[in-house]
Design a protein around this ligand. Structure first.
Ligand code: PBG
Length: 330
């Protein structure tokens, strides 16, 4: 029994006013921790709206340079690139061509916005005619040739590094990708290039709008033979552990919102830099509800991004980066 004269415990004391709440806030959202995805397409002076992601565009390189410069001024300090190539083929060869669309974009932005951190997504689904993330052996329950894909991954990492990418981000969920990239980079004078591994990437319906944006839906089957089953969490921890052992500097959990338990478990168990990807479907749902007047868009975005940080993410990849940086700097 608590005696009557016992001091009253009142957690609400710490919430009594804005000034006190500020003093005790545990999580801070800063645009310094946000990464903006950019979709790059060939051509000049193109800003093609992505219908399933209102406010997002496929940009030609000249427009991407402008966008990056603007975002940098607002406080966004990192971008990740996705490419829509001029031509696709069976082996996704534009991904590892010296003059591939992403390599060109990296060079252009590096020269105009040199302080921006440039991250290159390393995957083949945007570049292959079949839309899968690697070399396809058979189309049945699509079987990917893991080790043949690793050769292409090594090639792509080097081409991206040479173009000036600061962080290489393998997103295809091939076994051994991180080890392969680290070895290729180290052997070619790129010891300082950082690897951000999409370690726990789930086969998720939240990627739907992205596949429109990047024009990369698989032409047959789905990605469940390489991306993770959303019923599993121990498996995610095993994937993360392997990537850390193989040399990942940052591990990623993707998507973010339906997977905050995974973000939290990864951070607590391994205490390494963790990124979370607030993916296209999460973005589209907020935009749609806001458009209908059902939610307060800005407040919802701040709450979502803060919750991802609170769960344990150090970095957040988000299409809201520009809008929120504007708000945070205002
Ligand atoms: C490519 C890739 C995807 C996303 C990022 N990189 C799509 C996929 O795996 O199908 C999705 C990002 C998003 O939905 O915002 N492997």
């Amino acid at each position: 029994m608590i005696p009557d004269n016992f001091p009253k415990i009142r957690p609400r004391r710490l919430r009594q006013s804005q000034k006190i709440r500020e003093l005790f806030s545990e999580t801070r959202l800063s645009s310094a921790n946000l990464i903006l995805p950019l979709f790059i397409r060939p051509g000049k002076n193109i800003r093609k709206p992505i219908s399933s992601m209102p406010g997002q565009f496929q940009l030609s390189i000249d427009q991407a340079v402008k966008e990056a410069a603007e975002c940098y001024k607002l406080g966004v300090r990192a971008v990740i690139f996705f490419g829509i190539p001029a031509a696709k083929d069976n082996l996704g060869s534009e991904a590892y061509a010296d003059d591939g669309i992403i390599q060109q974009a990296v060079r252009a932005i590096k020269s105009k916005v040199p302080s921006m951190t440039l991250i290159t997504d390393l995957c083949f689904c945007e570049y292959t005619s079949h839309g899968h993330c690697g070399v396809v052996k058979s189309g049945k329950d699509p079987e990917l040739d893991n080790d043949a894909t690793l050769n292409l991954i090594a090639k792509t990492a080097l081409v991206q590094a040479k173009a000036g990418s600061d962080i290489i981000a393998p997103s295809g969920m091939m076994d051994g990708a991180v080890k392969t990239i680290r070895a290729a980079l180290d052997a070619n004078g790129f010891k300082d290039k950082i690897i951000m591994a999409y370690s726990a990437k789930y086969a998720s319906s939240f990627y739907g709008p992205f596949r429109d944006a990047a024009e990369s839906p698989p032409s047959f089957g789905d990605r469940k033979t390489y991306q993770m089953d959303f019923r599993n969490s121990h498996e995610a921890l095993r994937e993360v552990e392997l990537d850390i052992r193989e040399g990942a500097d940052i591990v990623m959990v993707k998507p973010a919102l339906a997977y905050l338990d995974i973000v939290s478990a990864v951070k607590q168990k391994f205490n390494v830099p963790v990124a979370a990807y607030n993916v296209s479907g999460e973005y589209a749902m907020v935009k749609a509800a806001a458009k209908s007047g059902w939610i307060d868009e800005e407040k919802i975005i701040l709450e979502i991004l803060t919750s991802i940080r609170r769960a344990g993410a150090d970095l957040i990849l988000t299409y809201h980066a520009k809008a929120i940086a504007k708000k945070l700097s205002a």
